[in-house]
Structure formats: structure tokens, C-alpha cells
Design a protein around this ligand. Structure first.
Ligand SMILES: N[C@@H](CCC(=O)N[C@@H](CS)C(=O)NCC(=O)O)C(=O)O
Length: 222
């Protein structure tokens, strides 16, 4: 029944929050269409009418808009198999909390790449590293994902961060793989087909263009 839904994901090509929804849709092999808007531009009225916060992602399900990436993930997980959240309420609550931490680190990553001055860059970089250390301490000791062997919704929530950190490491003098458990997790996430297929095929180019346009300390100095 649910498979007859018409799903439309309203997205920005560079948005990590929107990428989360795309990963979950790919992981669950659900058919969907993507409508890309351009960040920083005046958005069309139809978008304003479905996005009360003026943000992507919005998942439109048979005409009904659902906003906020974590809510979209939870909706998809309730409707489409395989279930990615743990069934146990306490385990699930803990994962939801760490998903919120992922959102916080998206913010640090954004501040780091867009900071105009060295001080702003260094503060965001330090806070991002410290955040990754806290996440590392919460990871299962079993490999490779957050909970060990089983890929979960919390992994979906973090994956866009590692996609960006990996590109930043390749392009600049930066290293975020300072913790072995984070490295293993990051590599496992980047190897997933659902993660690779969740962005446009020229994502690296799109991301680098975004960095150039941001004209921050990072692109000009590292
Ligand atoms: N809490 C929101 C955050 C979404 C968000 O910040 N989206 C950004 C793009 S990555 C956005 O649409 N910003 C508005 C704009 O740039 O005009 C979520 O999890 O979906």
C-alpha cells in the first residue's frame, strides 16, 4: 500500500540535511523524484507554502509536505522496510539524540568552510574535532557502523558529514581521521551505495563551487 505513494524530495544539491532523506530513500529502494532549488535565491511561492521554516529538505508525500530531516527519516522508517531504527525504545531514544549531534556537527562544518577569518575557521575546526571525539566515544566497539554490524538510521544521519569531510581532506590540508574508530566508520559509510547515490553525480564539483563562492578562510588559505 505504502509503495504506491508518490514521493517528491525538495532539496539543494549541497544540503547535508536533504542528503539524509535521499540516503534513507535509496537504502529502502523507494522510488522518488527530486526537485532541486538553488540556495541563496528567492524561492518560488509553492516552496514557501510547503516549508514554514523556508528550509530544505521537504518530502512531499502524495501532496502532503513533511519538513525537518529527522522527522522525514522517522516517517520513511515507519513506512518502508528495512527498519533502520532499533526497536528498543531506549536504544532508539539514544540514537535520536546522537542524530541531533550530527546536525550540530553539520553546523560546525558549515561554519568552518564559510568562516571569513582565521579565528572563526579555527574555532569551528576545533569544535568539530572535539565533537567528533565525543561521537567516537559513543560508537560501538564492534565494527563498522555506529551500532556495530547493522547500518541504522543514526548512520544515515551522520553519513553526509563524512562525505563532506572526505572531500575537504582530499582538497585541503585537513585531517579529520584522528580517531581510528571514526576512520573505520567513515570508510564504511562512504562505501555504501545508498550514500554514493544520494548526491548528484558531479557532487564534488558542486561542493567545491559552493566553497569557492563562500570565499572563506579555508579556500583562500589552506
Ligand atoms: N533542521 C533542519 C535544517 C535544514 C537546513 O538547515 N537546511 C538548509 C540547507 S542545508 C536551508 O534550507 N537553509 C535555507 C536557505 O539556505 O535558504 C533539518 O534537519 O531539516
Amino acid at each position: 500500500m505504502s509503495h504506491a505513494n508518490r514521493l517528491q524530495l525538495v532539496s539543494f544539491k549541497v544540503c547535508p540535511f536533504a542528503q539524509r532523506a535521499a540516503i534513507a530513500l535509496q537504502e529502502k529502494q523507494v522510488a522518488y523524484e527530486t526537485e532541486y532549488l538553488i540556495p541563496g535565491e528567492e524561492q518560488p511561492d509553492w516552496f514557501k507554502s510547503i516549508s514554514p521554516l523556508g528550509k530544505v529538505p521537504v518530502l512531499v508525500v502524495n501532496g502532503t509536505p513533511v519538513f525537518e530531516s529527522a522527522v522525514i527519516l522517522e516517517y520513511l522508517d515507519e513506512v518502508y522496510a528495512p527498519q533502520l531504527h532499533p526497536a528498543d525504545p531506549l536504544a532508539k531514544a539514544r540514537q535520536r539524540a546522537w542524530m541531533e549531534m550530527a546536525s550540530e556537527l553539520f553546523g560546525k562544518q558549515y561554519q568552518m568552510v564559510t568562516a571569513k577569518e582565521q579565528a572563526g575557521f579555527e574555532t569551528a575546526h576545533k569544535e568539530l574535532q572535539a565533537g567528533l571525539e565525543r561521537v567516537a566515544a559513543a560508537l560501538s566497539t564492534e565494527l563498522p557502523f555506529f551500532n556495530g554490524e547493522i547500518f541504522a538510521l543514526v548512520d544515515v544521519a551522520f553519513a553526509p558529514l563524512f562525505v563532506r569531510l572526505n572531500l575537504l581532506e582530499q582538497a585541503f590540508n585537513l585531517n579529520f581521521n584522528t580517531h581510528p574508530r571514526i576512520s573505520t566508520w567513515s570508510q564504511a559509510l562512504l562505501a555504501k551505495a545508498s550514500v554514493q547515490n544520494s548526491v548528484v553525480s558531479n557532487f564534488e564539483e558542486v561542493f567545491m563551487l559552493f566553497l569557492k563562492k563562500s570565499d572563506g578562510y579555508l579556500v583562500n588559505n589552506l
